[in-house]
Design a protein around this ligand. Structure first.
Ligand code: ATP
Ligand code: MG
Length: 229
């Protein structure tokens, strides 16, 4: 039976600005069962990245609750939230977020080294890069790789820990159509292989349609598409 790994209840996020309180999200209810893929669409500035940051316990809400792996996130310190994510949550961003002074292999080894420092780390990272088709580029630095290749390194880095939950914020947004398509195929095949739950922000309706559930964010409200909430 599927368990719920992420659940929000009446989540809101407001940010004080110089002249007024800016309300970005209101009353967000979302539930993510293990192994399911969820797409979130919405226009630029609608609050998608803000929502992802809350769901991933990178940020805390103004009100409402978020339960990640059964733990209420709101009451935790930043360190406790990091601990909760460790080894279970992966991220892929639009702008890759690789460390430029580390090779592809070193970038992928990094999340493993946070968990263990045994000899298997290098081997597992190598296998992850082979899986994304970069077995010949292990010792290249990010600047020596194309955008699509850099995103594949980022995907290898996210999946090397075999996360239960992967957050992706416009993972194909900075790539041309053909390369974006390759990256998309890779992402979905890894999600399927590893049984990972996926929460993906995208502008791409086709990509959203490939997910098991599709939500649209507008005026701070999240609405499930193609069915009742
Ligand atoms: N720390 C902050 N201070 C003030 N305003 C913020 C802050 N963070 C986000 N915002 C505002 O909140 C709104 C939502 O931002 P967010 O980055 O979540 O949008 P988005 O849907 O991800 O947009 P895009 O598609 O362009 O990435 C924007 O109007 C943004 O300017
Ligand atoms: Mg964004």
């Amino acid at each position: 039976m599927k368990t719920t790994i992420l659940e929000t209840n009446a989540l809101t996020k407001s940010i004080p600005t110089s002249d007024k309180l800016l309300t970005i999200l209101t009353g967000i209810d979302l539930s993510v069962p293990s192994g399911e893929s969820i797409a979130i669409t919405g226009t630029s500035g609608s609050g998608k990245s803000t929502l992802l940051g809350l769901l991933a316990a990178l940020d805390t809400p103004t009100s409402g609750s978020i339960k990640l792996f059964g733990t209420e996130v709101g009451a935790l310190t930043e360190d406790q939230r990091a601990q909760l994510r460790l080894g279970k949550v992966g991220f892929v961003f639009q702008s890759f977020h690789l460390l430029d002074n580390l090779t592809a292999l070193e970038n992928v080894m990094l999340p493993l080294e946070l968990k263990t420092n045994d000899a298997s780390v290098r081997e597992r990272a190598t296998k992850a890069l082979q899986r994304v088709g970069l077995g010949e580029r292990l010792n290249h630095f990010p600047t020596q790789l194309s955008g699509g290749e850099q995103q594949r390194v980022a995907i290898a880095r996210a999946f090397v820990i075999e996360p239960q939950l992967l957050f992706a914020d416009e993972p194909t947004g900075n790539l041309d159509r053909a390369t974006g398509h390759e990256v998309e195929e890779l992402l979905f095949s890894l999600v399927q292989d590893q049984g990972t739950a996926l929460v993906m922000v995208t502008h791409d309706e086709e990509l959203a349609a490939r997910c098991q559930a599709h939500y649209h964010l507008s005026n701070g409200v999240l609405v499930k598409q193609g069915g009742a909430l």
